[in-house]
Design a protein around this ligand. Structure first.
Ligand SMILES: [Zn+2]
Length: 258
């Protein structure tokens, strides 16, 4: 198969996966079934036909409005579909048709889902984290014992680090410092990036969170403005997955260790 055709296929598949991711993003925080009922307009309840459910295209053709009642449909839908398609194209281009490519596409999809639910609802659904953990371990096991060991140690490291930070933080701040969502998210991420990737992810997320969220919190001066830490963990985890080894090599080089 020529390279361009592989990338087109990856994009089409990513768009379809992104369409399902939209369903997850809307229904998981509300504890609704992913399967039943089928898609319908939240305003007028008109069922959405398959021809109005084609990733990205349908939203554009309909001009971002429900076919029946003309109520606006959130632009979140085509954006999530387009981003998922881009993630799958990038994974196919960078890793090819390998276990690493499949892992990159699925991890990227789950991290995007977590980013949106955490940013909008302050929720990291267990379906994303437990499902991702299972996917990460199964994919790693395809590489035999070294891969499985890498994933299991990574998952344990993710769990232990966040559990430790959460316990110390709760004791120091006298309130819950880390949500259960963060805990299971980093367990899942650990299965993909290993223990050194876990350290890098948490460090980068804390750095990004301080740089990006600090000024926002100061500007708004809102009491109890909560940090959607999952958003920063997701960004950092993606960096750790793609460039973790390079970042560690650079850092250890600075220290003169290697
Ligand atoms: Zn409608």
């Amino acid at each position: 198969m020529p390279e361009w055709m592989r990338l087109v296929l990856a994009g089409l598949l990513g768009g379809v996966v992104g369409s399902f991711l939209n369903v997850c993003i809307v229904r998981l925080p509300a504890d609704e079934s992913l399967v039943f009922p089928g898609s319908k307009c939240p305003k007028c309840g008109a069922p959405v036909g398959w021809y109005d459910n084609i990733p990205i295209l349908s939203w554009l053709v309909l001009g971002g409005r429900c076919r029946a009642c003309k109520d606006p449909i959130s632009i979140q839908y085509p954006i999530v579909e387009a981003l998922t398609a881009l993630i799958w194209i990038a994974a196919a281009w960078y890793y090819g048709l390998t276990t690493g490519g499949v892992a990159a596409a699925l991890l990227g999809t789950i991290l995007l889902g977590i980013t949106v639910t955490d940013a909008t609802h302050m929720i990291i659904p267990h379906e994303f984290t437990f499902g991702g953990l299972a996917i990460g371990i199964v994919l790693a096991a395809l590489d035999g014992w070294p891969g499985l060991r890498f994933a299991l140690i990574g998952a344990a490291a993710g769990f232990a680090l966040i559990w430790g930070v959460g316990t110390v933080g709760t004791w120091a701040l006298k309130k819950d410092a880390m949500g259960g969502g963060d805990l299971w998210m980093m367990t899942m991420v650990g299965a993909f990036v290993g223990w050194s990737g876990v350290l890098l992810t948490v460090f980068l997320a804390a750095l990004l969170g301080t740089l990006v969220f600090g000024p926002i919190a100061l500007a708004k001066r809102q009491q109890g403005l909560q940090l959607p830490f999952g958003v920063f963990l997701a960004t950092a985890a993606a960096i750790a997955f793609v460039a973790g080894d390079a970042v560690w090599a650079w850092y250890l080089g600075l220290l003169g260790v290697s």
